[in-house]
Ligand binder design. Structure first.
Ligand code: ADP
Length: 714
């Protein structure tokens, strides 16, 4: 059962579509102004990251601060005092002075003259503001007029933060450079003044780090030696409630700094080449699109886009932005790029989860139909609660099927084992474990399989197992059967065949031959008796053979199960010796017996008597006349030992191991027999949990020892 995919989100086409959609969303965010606002804050954050140190530009600031105002008097300060300030600065060896003060109105003549004289001694830049109407409030001509003037503005962003400075500002036909640019040119006149360009300084060192001193310290002559030698000195107001205040990206968070310090910071940025660039809109769009596409490709190749990988991508972009800023002075639109990544990933998740939702609904439905045909009337469950219900039904169905499968497997007499393609055991039923004596091993099974048929047999824990295997979804399914009984039956069938075709045929042929003799010839009374006795002898041999054979069969078929009782083996032997004495007497043989008391075993007396009769019978049969046959019954270390020894011809060593096979007789044995006696002894002994040991020396006699487990009556 397969469900067709309705949306293939792994194709290049869909990746491009999703990446473009992400771009459209981000463009919309730009238009609403939300993204530019985030971009501004992110840019500020980048500017505040620590950067590699560069040589400090020679810039200091002298501030008319609250202390100076308190000591020397309120603003505006008389020009004579400013003149003294300039003269002091000049005397201390400054390279130039930059006034963030507007000196457009004439004041008392002597003061103006003094200031003009002081300024004439030192290169200077003076602030100019835009007045009402279309005009500049320029410094007085005596101070240098338009030639010394520079504008004091910063471009205030929508959030009140100054990030750019206009390189020049124009009004009333006069274009003035920015105060910071003009200040920098006091040291490096070759710095160009590009008209109409927005400078984006790094504001480094930040305004609060520009070395600054109170004007009153300077006027008191308390300025330490060499603090302003060869430096550009910015002069401005920082006293509370007076002078311009700027908020700049690198300033204290959200707090304004005195305009003069902001200008000084910009001039320092210009002098240490810390003017930053932003990539144009086109480049940003291309980079954003590539990123959006990369996210799609990454996502479709990996299948998931986990948080860890997201974070790595984010951190990577952040590091690239920081490196670009501090090495190349390029301010990447980090917020835009990050937003593209997020939107691209979210879009994909949204589209995929919709498709997955639809597909899982269909899958659920078809599974339900598969498990329970009644569900086919239902519609594909759409709502979460319907899905949950459907899932519960599915779970019940699956559990039911699983239980049925397990019950079937558990109830099977055959062992079933299933391995996956990589050799993992997926399924094994109790019968397989029982037959194998643990978990079946794939390697062992494969080693005995016939590659052509996939079948094989092996022996485990005394059982013969047949294996039938077939390939199943790349793995292997094995059916294990116990064929011990089958094989045993087959063996017995063959023995039966042998008995009938071989062993019974010979005596029957003799009987038939004797019968024919009686029929054909006129025999005397004596001759008739002899032939009749021969017929009786053969018939008795046949009878004995059939009896023993049936005894053996009964033993194998479990006929005697449950008939065992406590038997005093010594007593049993004593009883049989009395009966067998007649046969021994006939050959003038005697018994030397030692029968210990209370030699108890658990067994079937009728079977144990067959053991005794056979062993003593053989001793009588195969040993010489007048022999003394020794019979011993004793207990030894938890076993009951029964020994029968004679001094007969003995048995060749190489024949001994085969004596217990059915129908095995030593070629040329003097006496006739069936070859079943010792087989019966062996099987009865084994059935009782014991064993038989045969020791013999040719010419010296034999000892047959039977060991049985001793039994306590309690
Ligand atoms: P059988 O009916 O021939 O006696 P058995 O299984 O009892 O069958 O014995 C198998 C063979 O073992 C006999 O043919 C005989 O040659 C040999 N055999 C058994 N007992 C003795 C013994 N006490 N001394 C010598 N040979 C023996």
């Amino acid at each position: 059962m397969r469900v067709k995919r309705s949306f293939d989100h792994r194709t290049l086409g869909s990746e491009v579509v999703l990446a473009s959609s992400a771009m459209a969303v981000v463009a919309a965010m730009w238009l609403t102004g939300w993204l530019p606002a985030v971009e501004r804050s992110t840019g500020d954050l980048l500017l505040r990251t620590p950067s590699l140190p560069r040589p400090e530009p020679p810039i200091v600031a002298i501030l008319i601060d609250d202390a100076a105002v308190a000591q020397r008097g309120a603003l505006p300060w008389p020009r004579s005092r400013l003149a003294r300030l300039v003269a002091t600065v000049d005397n201390l060896g400054a390279r130039g002075v930059v006034f963030d003060l507007i000196l457009s109105e004439p004041a008392e003549a002597a003061g103006d003259l003094g200031l003009a004289e002081a300024l004439a001694e030192i290169p200077h830049v003076l602030g100019a503001a835009m007045g009402d109407g279309n005009s500049w409030l320029l410094p007085l001509e005596v101070f240098g007029g338009a030639d010394a003037a520079a504008h004091v503005y910063g471009e205030v962003g929508p959030d009140g933060v100054v990030r750019t400075i206009a390189a020049t500002k124009q009004t009333g036909g006069l274009s003035l450079p920015s105060l910071s640019l003009a200040a920098a040119r006091l040291l490096r006149p070759q710095i160009p003044v590009p008209a109409g360009v927005e400078l984006r300084p790094e504001f480094r060192p930040p305004p609060q780090d520009i070395p600054s001193f109170s004007a009153s310290t300077v006027l008191d002559g308390e300025l330490p030696e060499n603090t302003i030698r060869d430096r550009i000195v910015f002069v401005g107001v920082s006293a509370t409630g007076a002078g311009d205040q700027f908020v700049v990206p690198t300033g204290p968070r959200h707090a304004p700094v005195p305009g003069v310090l902001a200008h000084a910071s910009v001039a320092a940025s210009v002098l240490s080449d810390r003017l930053i660039r932003r990539p144009g809109g086109g480049w940003t769009a291309v980079a954003a699109f590539i990123l959006a596409l990369a996210v799609q490709a990454l996502r479709s190749r990996r299948g998931t886009f986990d948080l860890g990988r997201f974070s790595i991508l984010f951190a990577g972009l952040g590091v690239i932005a920081i490196v670009a800023l501090h090495l190349g002075l390029v301010l990447l639109p980090l917020a835009t790029l990050l937003t593209v990544v997020v939107v691209s990933a979210l879009l994909r998740e949204a589209v995929e989860s919709r498709a997955a939702h639809r597909e899982s609904g269909r899958l659920l439905q078809s599974l339900l139909e598969h498990i329970d045909a009644r569900s086919s009337d239902d519609r594909v469950p759409q709502t979460a609660s319907r899905r949950l219900e459907a899932l519960q039904r599915l779970q019940e169905g699956v559990l039911r099927e699983d239980a049925t499968r397990r019950a079937l497997l558990a109830g099977m007499a055959e062992g079933v084992a299933l391995w996956s393609a990589d050799g993992e055991l997926l399924e094994v039923n109790p019968a397989a474990e029982k037959l194998w004596g643990g978990l079946p091993r794939l390697g062992e099974i494969e080693s005995v399989l016939d590659p052509a048929t996939g079948e094989g047999t092996l022996k485990r824990a005394g059982r013969e197992l047949s294996l039938q295997t077939s390939a199943l979804e790349g793995g292997l399914l094995a059916i294990i059967r116990d064929v011990t009984a089958e094989h045993e039956l087959e063996r017995r069938r063959r023995e039966m065949q042998r008995l009938v075709s071989h062993e019974l045929k010979t005596p029957l042929a003799s009987i038939s031959g004797f019968g024919e003799t009686l029929e054909r010839y006129e025999l005397t009374g004596d001759e008739q008796r002899r032939v009749a006795s021969l017929i009786r002898g053969e018939a008795a041999r046949l009878q004995e053979m059939v009896t023993v054979f049936l005894d053996l069969e009964n033993l194998g078929a479990g006929h005697w199960e449950g008939e065992a009782e406590f038997v005093d083996f010594g007593e049993l032997v004593r009883g049989r010796l009395e009966i067998l004495a007649a046969a021994a007497d006939a050959r003038k043989q005697s018994f030397a017996s030692f029968l210990a008391d209370r030699c108890l075993v658990r067994g079937v007396p009728a079977l144990l008597e067959r053991v005794i009769d056979n062993l003593i019978g053989n001793a009588i049969k195969y040993s010489i006349d007048r022999d003394a046959i020794e019979v011993v019954v004793r207990a030894d270390n938890g076993r009951i030992i029964f020994e029968v020894s004679d001094h007969g011809p003995g048995i060749p060593a190489d024949e001994i191991p085969r004596l217990t096979e059915r129908f095995y007789r030593i070629a040329g044995a003097a006496e006739s027999g069936s070859g079943l006696g010792l087989a019966l002894v062996d099987e009865i002994t084994t059935w009782h949990g014991g064993c038989i040991i045969i020791e013999s020396e040719t010419g010296a006699g034999s000892t047959f020892t039977v060991e049985l487990p001793a039994a306590g009556e309690d």
